[in-house]
Write a protein that binds this ligand. Structure first.
Ligand SMILES: Cc1cc2nc3c(=O)[nH]c(=O)nc-3n(C[C@H](O)[C@H](O)[C@H](O)COP(=O)(O)OP(=O)(O)OC[C@H]3O[C@@H](n4cnc5c(N)ncnc54)[C@H](O)[C@@H]3O)c2cc1C
Length: 382
């Protein structure tokens, strides 16, 4: 194992592998990534795979427009098929408040060059013919949104990073830091010490808070379990990611045809619990069958859980911290790190390689929680 790194990345999810790739692409040498389990073993390999431009704030619409553009060209760039299917996100509104939010979104998106369309219930059914339109007041659809295979994104990034010289060590855990004069000098792992010349990056997902604490840094992030399931595989009949704004239900079909979907539980408390439960099945099935009644005929095959690494404004933390000079954060994405990581990892790599990213990441600074006003998204789903 390498005993010295210029940039040491902790975490082998989409953030860690995406950053390793983007750094290597910019010619940065001495990149070492540590993953204590296997690649994608955290939230990245447990997620729904959705990527959308439909957001409620101007900043995130613009950010995700860039991220989707990257996803469109990544298969060629990485020489790896990430199975990105751009068949849209369909948001459904069931009351006036949700309807107004969608109408506002359409105005905002169009102003920013994002082609979201407002649809009535019948038009929504043209996109998903098995949709139950009862109770649906309106919908929005953006054909550029889509779903991808999350493991493929992580594997593709990791493979390309390795091809360009990055070293990736699996089953290797970062356990502590040697800090002198406000700088991390080395990282202690279960396989020995690694000296660090430049940066240490905390890409440990929901475990970032624990890791940061070992360096004396307090992050505001909290872990929340989020459950998800897949059914038996079927011919494609739900092309877009369908989202019910009334309860946060989301579902689509994977490239293998399984219906995949999840729903948040408003009573879930912060914890590291990764167990699967019956309550989720009850909440999900009821909500899903209301939207697509034919689903009651279909067999559920598997359910699992992952952790949302949640910040107070549901936006990620990117960049340096005040307490430790060379400790960068890329975590706290809440329920949407898979889709944000392609652009977030590019910007953080530019910060490391050039000292300045091509677009400011100041709004993602941890300082926003200590000073200033926090601007949260109005609708947060997976
Ligand atoms: C059920 C579910 C559905 C979701 N759906 C979507 C979706 O549709 N679209 C979307 O954009 N996002 C979705 N998300 C969120 C998304 O999965 C995450 O935001 C994203 O994967 C975070 O990636 P990451 O690399 O930052 O963290 P992770 O993927 O969690 O990776 C962190 C890695 O760090 C490793 N690690 C931790 N501590 C250490 C240590 N001390 N030493 C070494 N390694 C360590 C872990 O083992 C882990 O592999 C969903 C999440 C869940 C749970």
């Amino acid at each position: 194992m390498e005993r010295e790194a210029n940039v040491l990345i902790i975490g082998g999810g989409v953030s860690g592998t995406g950053l390793a790739y983007n750094l290597a692409k910019l010619g940065v040498e001495g990149i070492v990534l540590l993953e204590r389990n296997y690649l994608g073993s955290g939230a990245s390999g447990r997620c729904g795979g959705g990527a959308r431009q439909q957001w409620t704030t101007e900043e995130n619409v613009k950010f995700m427009k860039k991220s989707i553009e990257i996803l469109e060209r990544l298969p060629q760039e990485l020489k790896f098929n990430i199975l990105f299917r751009q068949s849209g996100y369909l948001f459904l509104a069931r009351d006036e408040e949700q309807l107004n939010l969608l109408k506002e979104n359409v105005r905002l998106h169009r102003k920013l060059g994002v082609e979201t369309r407002f649809l009535d219930a019948e038009e929504a059914r043209e996109i998903v013919p098995v949709l139950n339109t009862e109770g649906i007041l309106g919908a929005t659809y953006n054909p550029k949104d889509g779903v991808l295979f999350p493991f493929a994104l992580v594997w593709g990034y990791a493979k390309a990073a390795k091809r360009l010289g990055a070293k990736i060590y699996l089953h290797t855990e970062a356990r502590g830091f040697k800090i002198e004069n406000g700088r991390i000098k080395s990282v202690f792992t279960d396989k020995g010490e690694i000296k660090v010349k430049e940066w240490v990056v905390n890409a440990a997902g929901a475990y970032s808070k624990e890791l940061a604490r070992k360096a004396g840094v307090e992050l505001p992030n909290k872990p929340y379990r989020h459950e998800i399931m897949v059914t038996e595989p079927l011919k494609l009949f739900i092309k877009p990611m369908v989202v019910d704004l009334s309860n946060g239900l989301y579902m689509t079909q994977t490239s293998r045809g399984e219906v995949i979907g999840g729903i948040g539980d408003p009573e879930e408390e912060s914890s590291y619990n990764l167990e699967s439960g019956h309550k989720f099945l009850y909440l999900f099935s009821r909500a899903a069958i209301r939207v697509i009644p034919i689903l009651k005929e279909i067999r559920l095959m598997r359910q699992w859980a992952g952790l949302y690494d949640t910040t107070p404004d549901k936006n990620p933390i990117l960049g340096p911290v005040d307490e430790v000079e060379n400790f960068l954060q890329i975590n706290g994405y809440s329920g949407h790190g898979l889709m944000m990581a392609p652009y977030a990892t590019q910007l953080l790599a530019e910060l490391i390689a050039y000292g300045k990213p091509s677009e400011s990441i100041e709004r993602f600074s941890i300082r926003r929680f200590r000073e200033g006003e926090i601007k949260a998204e109005k609708a947060v789903i997976g």
